[in-house]
Design a binder for this molecule. Sequence first.
Ligand code: PLP
Ligand code: SF4
Length: 356
Amino acid sequence: MISTKKIYHADSSDDFQDWQAELSAAVSDLDTLFTLLDLPKQAHSHTPKQFGLRVPHAFIKKMKKGDIHDPLLRQVLPDGRERMTVDGYSTDPLDENNHNPIKGLLHKYQSRVLLTVTGACAVHCRYCFRQHFDYHANQPSTHEMDEVMDYITKHTEVNEVILSGGDPLSLNNKRLKLWLDKITAIGHIRTVRLHTRLPVVLPNRVDHELIALIRHYQKNIVIVLHINHPNEIDDQLIAKTKQLKDAGATLLNQSVLLASINDDIQTLSKLNQDLFGAGILPYYLHILDKVQGAAHFDIDIHDAVGLYWQLLEALPGYLVPKLVQERPNHPFKTPIDIYQYSNKKMKLMIKNACNL
Ligand SMILES: *Cc1c(COP(=O)(O)O)cnc(C)c1O
Ligand code: SF4
């Protein structure tokens, strides 16, 4: 009985003093997760030591109780299939180790650099392409921050700095401010971008201090959220995105196309319309990176293009994210050629349209 009571208290995010307490109370054992979701315990569940289960209570609350197939649960629930090695799926699918001139800095694309400012994430997404990345070796210390800044200062072709990770919003506001102060002080930097899932999985992270911080800077602040399913968007998130927008941030979203989670036209079209309702514009729809342990989330490229085609038909252009794939050593995220991968029916439609 005592443990049930404890779980009940932890379940209500209002009980937490602040977002950091909520973050450290994230669920990391299957028994607690299943109890919270009214699911029967599983005898042969798989919990890896590295990159184990991690999910904040606020995200669990968005899941449907009693449903093992819930699309939010599937994104975080460890699965025995992760242990299979599948041809073509590797631990460094993007060959990032080759574009790592100094610790914590990736310079793959001409005008922007990506900084891995922390290895920590509030949630462990099972399909994450960075799950094998050596964050420890790649997190700049305060001293190494200066090396990063020197690099950016010398590279005047860079006008945008992306804070990534891990999740940059898992840093506390003080640390985040330190990064933002240094980056925005560089004259040729016009935009700072944050790639984050924290407002989605732990909306309380967007606190007054963070809002004030975003409001403070004169330079463009772009926040790219990571939302894969419309059930991730609720009133609490909408209240937070509104505050972020009011503070002057531009909000975009990237999703990953995931088997049995969002690979149907109803889900995708609702997702992109609901994003707009929350003041967020769709940016990218990623074909899954071929990372070891995630093959069961992958979908056939022809099916992906078939879905995308339906999305183009169903939605206005501004609600259709770009369908892209990251290919090692390409100078940008590669747009998928929807004609190359069309099926016969689509080819026929194109032919007929051209004959009109
Ligand atoms: C995705 C990514 C970027 C940003 O690419 P955009 O197309 O500008 O969104 C920059 N650097 C790295 C290493 C990336 O993976
Ligand atoms: S939040 Fe992003 S970086 Fe963190 S585990 Fe999920 S996909 Fe990976």
